[in-house]
Design a protein around this ligand. Structure first.
Ligand code: ADP
Ligand code: ZN
Ligand code: ZN
Length: 718
């Protein structure tokens, strides 16, 4: 019998539900909870996270191989959060932790904070002569002088090489200065809050230091950002930090600039941040040197020394939900994390999710409203355009085209919203009705022009446009329906005198392009904007006077139970771009179905009224948020394996208080060559749902050739 030793519980970032016990050798430091360690695992070594300590174990245990972190990399609140995530989303703790950690941390990189440094050119007057024989260094020196001050982290992307910079430093022709992020409140650009804003600021500020969830329901253009900024200022004044979550495409340099203008600095985390920078920002939040972090979904897992408040902007946005791996909702995780820390969380939206509205109704969230736009701008008025029996011209009715012309001639900007990129969604043979379909997915291929190709929006497959029909050999094709490219082409022909900006994920691969387009649009001259929902998100476009929604019907008619909510949200958001300045805004919505109950409710009573009637429908149907839902998703290369697997899994789920629907083919029944099926699990009480999923896990269903996953609170169901 060996003497009592310290035993640590370690989670290994692999898809494993259990943690493993390891011994700490006598000559090893005891790693704290939240530290990374290397442990012998199977035949190799794995990186793991310490999740617990024990003093004794009767087992003979292997010893950990190496302690990476002397201080915890994950704070205790994050370890607790990981354990909650594993339970709530029914996901292996090891995978949860690997989702939370930046990639570089997962690879075992030392937790060393890089100094924040800037490079500057020196030696004006003598550098040119001194560097005559070193052309690359001379070029580096000239670029550096041009840029005045270059953050070291950006040297690579600016095309400056480290060894050239070092050579210049050695010759006294460049200086490297270490800087500290400079957080300090600045009043520049601050507006005086109106009474509604002040009430909201006061309510959140009063809750600092305690748990509270606030929903800020503020119409588009009502000044929610000023509320966020003041609340964050109040947290910083207490010496605390702030985390702001925003939807992916809303995190433009413009967004970050608004925070930097007020606080001097603000760190940003989004998909374009490199692994190295991500880890660095992460560590600086943990050490307290970054006070404000603005980030997309995964920033909800960043560690902080003393977090004071979390803000979730556009809380209704679907991009907060991760759709693979750990299928978490960053909004819901933010609420949970804030509760764990005992701090307030502020959810803001002009179109709150039915989930959040229900939580207000149940008294769990406090509600604050901003009902008007400050500075006297009026809310736009929505009208439908009945297009039954009309012959549309490239998607436009005659009345809509006339309105476009009228607004442009009056010096306004026109925004045309169509939630479909490409030229036309269907390419059809005129002789035999053959359609171009993806060979790997259950969808039609979208026709794109410039460059011309047929593309699958699901799997990325592309092929040239056929000259002849593969079925009948005819050479005549019909391009059915319209996408952003076709709308842009048509409008450019009608108004060649007006600059046109197309904004969709094809044109905005680079943030720089989106920024320069938005800057040109904000300059205010007449312009046409054609875009997808990318245009609906957060951008302030004060000179747009007409918003045209080309097709509202597809969204409202889709079978997904959340489709109406999503469509009402996007229409309200895109409509909210109009009339933000002195000029009132007009919103015209083309529809074949003006009597559609959803659309009628939205027009008559706004989003608020829509949300009420839609909530009633959900309650009657016992659907979320009036029931807890999970999907068990499965897919396989074999046509039947996934469905068979779910059929054998379903009996384990059945039990008191749960309803199991399916297995049924997923809405997209085949994607990237895999056949997809799902089981839908519904329960009036969330506890029953979790027990059902626990039963399924405990049964360890056999899976040959089938991938399966649990999706709790799914966004796309059917
Ligand atoms: P939201 O995010 O709610 O749609 P924003 O925060 O973008 O709205 O604010 C819209 C505009 O109103 C911005 O230009 C902002 O500077 C301005 N604004 C906000 N609050 C006030 C105020 N109290 N007085 C004057 N202008 C304001
Ligand atoms: Zn044909
Ligand atoms: Zn495809």
């Amino acid at each position: 019998m060996s003497a009592p030793r310290t035993v640590v519980e370690v989670a290994v970032p692999r898809p494993l539900r259990d943690t493993f016990d390891y011994a700490v050798a006598a000559d090893q430091p005891v790693p704290p909870i939240g530290a990374r360690v290397y442990v012998p695992f199977g035949r190799s070594t794995a990186l793991g996270i310490v999740t617990g300590h024990r003093t004794t174990s009767t087992h003979e245990l292997k010893a950990i191989s190496e302690v990476i972190d002397a201080t915890p990399l994950l704070t205790p609140d994050l370890i607790e959060l990981a354990q909650w995530l594993a339970r709530y989303y029914h996901h292996p703790i090891g995978s949860v932790l690997s989702t939370m950690l930046p990639a570089k941390a997962r690879r075992g990189a030392a937790a060393m904070v890089a100094e924040e440094a800037v490079w500057e050119a020196t030696g004006e007057g003598c550098a040119e002569a001194a560097l005559r024989r070193a052309p690359r260094q001379l070029e580096t020196w000239r670029r550096l002088r041009e840029l005045r001050s270059l953050p070291e982290a950006e040297a690579r992307s600016a095309g400056l090489e480290r060894h050239c910079l070092s050579a210049l430093l050695a010759k006294g022709l460049a200086a490297r200065r270490v800087v500290d992020p400079d957080y300090g409140y600045r009043t520049l650009g601050a507006v005086t809050p109106n009474a509604e804003q002040q009430a909201a600021i006061d309510a959140v500020a009063a809750s600092l230091g305690g748990s509270a969830t606030h929903l800020l329901d503020g119409v588009t253009g009502s000044g929610k950002t000023e509320v966020y900024l003041r609340v964050i200022a109040a947290a910083l004044a207490r010496g605390q930090q702030a985390l702001v979550l925003v939807p992916e495409i809303a995190l433009t340099p413009q967004t970050a600039a608004r925070f930097r203008e007020r606080f001097g600095a603000a760190a940003t985390l989004h998909s374009l941040v490199s692994d190295a920078q991500r880890f660095d920002i992460w560590l600086k939040c943990a050490s307290g040197s970054h006070k404000v972090l603005i980030g997309t979904r995964s920033a909800v897992f960043a560690p902080f020394q003393d977090l004071g408040v979390i803000v979730v902007d556009e809380e209704h946005d679907g991009s907060f939900k991760q759709t693979d791996g750990l299928r978490y909702s960053a909004r819901d995780v933010a609420v949970k994390r804030a509760q764990g820390l005992g701090i307030p969380v502020l959810l803001g939206s002009a179109t709150p999710s039915l989930e959040s509205l229900r939580n207000v109704h149940r008294g769990r969230y406090g509600l604050m409203r901003l009902a008007s736009r400050p500075g006297g701008a009026s809310m736009p008025i929505l009208r439908t355009l009945d297009i039954r029996g009309e012959r549309l011209q490239q998607g436009f009715s005659a009345a809509l085209l006339a309105a476009v012309e009228r607004h442009l001639d009056a010096g306004g900007q026109v925004l045309v919203f169509i939630n479909r990129r490409g030229y036309a969604p269907v390419l059809l043979c005129a002789a035999c009705a053959w359609q171009a379909r993806c060979p790997h997915c259950d969808v039609r291929l979208t026709l794109h022009v410039a460059p011309e190709a047929l593309r699958c929006h699901q799997c990325g497959y592309r092929r040239p446009v056929p000259r002849q029909c593969p079925d009948c050999g005819s050479g005549e094709f019909v391009r059915l329906g319209v996408g952003t490219q076709r709308v842009a082409e048509a409008l450019a022909e009608i108004r060649p005198d007006v600059p046109l900006y197309r904004i969709d994920s094809d044109t905005t691969r680079s943030m720089r392009r989106l920024e320069s387009d938005l800057a040109a649009i904000r300059a205010g001259r007449p312009a046409i904007l054609v875009g997808t929902q990318m245009l609906a998100k957060g951008h302030h476009l004060p000179n747009v006077t007409l918003v045209a929604v080309l097709d509202a019907d597809a969204g409202f008619l889709s079978p997904d139970f959340r489709a109406a909510e999503r469509t009402a949200q996007v229409i309200t958001q895109v409509a909210g771009r109009a009339g933000r300045a002195e000029r009132p805004g007009e919103v015209l919505i083309q529809t074949y179905d003006p009597a559609n109950a959803h659309l009628a409710a939205l027009i008559a009573a706004g989003y608020r009224g829509f949300a009420q009637s839609e909530s009633r429908l959900r309650a009657e149907a016992s659907m979320p948020p009036f029931a807890a839902m999970a999907l068990v998703r499965a897919d396989s290369l074999n046509e039947t394996a996934a469905g068979d697997f779910l059929a054998s899994a379903a009996p384990h789920l059945k039990g008191v208080g749960v309803e199991v629907l399916g297995p049924a083919p997923a809405p997209l029944a085949r994607r990237a060559d895999r056949y997809r099926y799902q089981l839908c699990v519904l329960a009036a009480r969330r506890g029953d749902l979790h027990r059902a999923l626990d039963r399924l896990e405990a049964a360890e269903p056999r899976t040959s050739g089938v991938r399966w996953a649990v999706d709790v609170d799914p966004l796309d169901a059917f």
